[in-house]
Design a protein around this ligand. Structure first.
Ligand SMILES: [Zn+2]
Ligand SMILES: [Zn+2]
Length: 173
């Protein structure tokens, strides 16, 4: 929890949830991901994800953290070395009760068995692709280097997404 707070900034129930997920992963045959050995598919962008990034090394920058904007506390972690996947999802009974303070909730979570808070089950090994590195191309309008896969062509010009959107919106006005 301390290490997660150092990264996240404050202690909160969301972070405690993420700590529980990370702890479960590390205690079940996985190591901190130095490169892309692990990949996490998370279905929310709340505080919990910061604990996941800090503690198991699946991070936004390395590209082994995939965010699906579903608003659910579900975490699927794949281990590329072992070709295994596990899905950890918050049970509805695992939600915070209304009369509980933040501090009480953090305590309660950190003292719970993961199985009481989460549904935990293995999933088919079907991880997202590994992160790719693409060359950069200069946008013909703003001149900023832009990853080649994000360049759009408009009237024979190679444009970054904001410049492309600007051009197209102007045409529609
Ligand atoms: Zn927080
Ligand atoms: Zn541009």
């Amino acid at each position: 929890m301390k290490k997660a707070v150092k990264f996240h900034g404050h202690a909160c129930p969301g972070l405690a949830l993420g700590v529980m997920v990370a702890k479960y992963i590390l205690e079940h045959g996985n190591d901190f991901s130095i490169d892309e050995e692990l990949v996490a598919v998370v279905e929310n962008n709340n505080c919990s994800v910061d604990a996941i990034q800090a503690l198991i090394g699946t991070t936004f920058g390395k590209g082994n953290l995939i965010f699906l904007d579903f608003g659910k506390n579900n975490y699927t972690i794949y281990n590329r070395t072992q070709k295994k996947g596990i899905r950890i999802s918050l049970k509805s009974s695992g939600l915070r009760s209304r009369d509980m303070s933040r501090e009480e909730r953090i305590e309660q979570l950190l003292n719970s068995a993961p199985e009481d808070v989460f549904e935990i089950k293995p999933v088919e090994f079907n991880p997202p692709k590994e992160a790719e590195i693409h060359e950069s191309i200069r946008c013909d309008k703003c001149g900023e280097p832009t990853m080649s896969t994000r360049i759009k062509i408009h009237e024979n010009k190679k444009l970054c997404i904001p410049c492309y959107n600007q051009m197209v919106n102007r045409l529609n006005e």
